[in-house]
Ligand binder design. Sequence first.
Ligand SMILES: [Zn+2]
Length: 459
Amino acid sequence: MILRRIVPQLLLTAALLFAQKQKTVKPGFNMFSLEQDVQLGKESAVQIEREMQIVNEPRLSALINRIGNKLVAANAADERNAQFPFTFKVVNNPSINAFALPGGPMFIQTGLIAAADNEAQIAGVMGHEMAHVILRHGTNQASKANLLQLPAAIAGGLFDRGGIMGTLAQLGIGLGTNSVLMKFSRNAESDADLLGARLLHTAGYNPVELARFFEKLEAESGKGNAVTNFFASHPNPGNRVKSIQEDMKFYPRVNYESTNPTADFNAAKAVARSMPKPSARPQQGTVAAPPSNGGRQPDTQARQGFKVQRTPLYAIALPDDWQSQLAQDQVSLTLAAADGLIKGANGQNDVAHGVLISINKVQSQNLDAETQALLKGLVQGNSGVRQTGNPERLQVNGAAALLTAFEGQSGMRQGEKEIIRVLTVMHPQGLFNAVFVAPDSRWRVAEPEYQEMIRSLRF
Ligand SMILES: [Zn+2]
């Protein structure tokens, strides 16, 4: 009978030993060099800074840089960690988000500063973002996603010639909301929480605030607030507070900085809250004729190889060699590749490789419901067109948007499949919709162009 008593005890001891080991957190498989992470981040930052409104306000910059520098020093204190040239900038955007690019550029949105209860919570998000960079999650994802093409691109010196961003765009890895560079797995999330917590600890901030802030955001996002964004790219791994508290058992005991809001923090938060909105938001429940807005046209900038088409209600970039035609109503716009227009069965012009843009009248401001109604009409009005995926959520012009995938028959060549993506987003005049079309054989080229067009869209 002695045996029966001993066995459970042994098991218990093993379980304790197991629980007492601190989880190691290290970068995964990666085909990029550290220098390429840095280069990619630099190229991407140029694009981000062109598209987003960077805030140069001394109280905001001072706070973000002070926190950032403490975290950089904390990272430097651990020689196992990769060191990168981190930079910290504030973006004028009321949604609660922050993001970091490979190799170090980090952007913190004003909405996040406005939502934090104390400095340690901002440090928590920044530490978490910094951990993604140190653990190289972006290029790890890109490496996994393009196992076939990437080695050839690296070996062929493509990165040196055309810039990493351009090369990745050709491989279908863009910088959009759904880019693999910015969208992390739940494992990556819990690793970023742990490394982030360790950085916070070394920097003197209470690591629990990291988890607390994420849980607060999680609670908010259920109410359909401005946080959905953050969880789209950082899925909640669950039990954040508990995992961080488990990890903290291995930290030397120290007194953390008080979590009472400091004067600097309060000042920065007040500035963040009073920032003017970066762009006009949809008005509730009104659908009117195109307004007279003093002749002001929406503004957007074109990346190299693209030109801008402005209309009274929106602006969009399109490839340099494309043609565009604005309808008489000054709203509907047809964009087509040089050979993208074909003669349809009834003699009309059909778009086989191009984009059809329109703004439809709506019953409500409910994006999901209005999109469903529009898509239903699209399928009914076009025989042979079928939906191939659930709508994907993204941000366009600072607002929630949906991108839905369809397939049909290409008019360009007999028997060829046509790939279709329908973008929908609320515009003050109704439901803005853009139908992107290309034959299957051209999709690899067309998709990154369409991503760029979506990114360039301004109301
Ligand atoms: Zn994350």
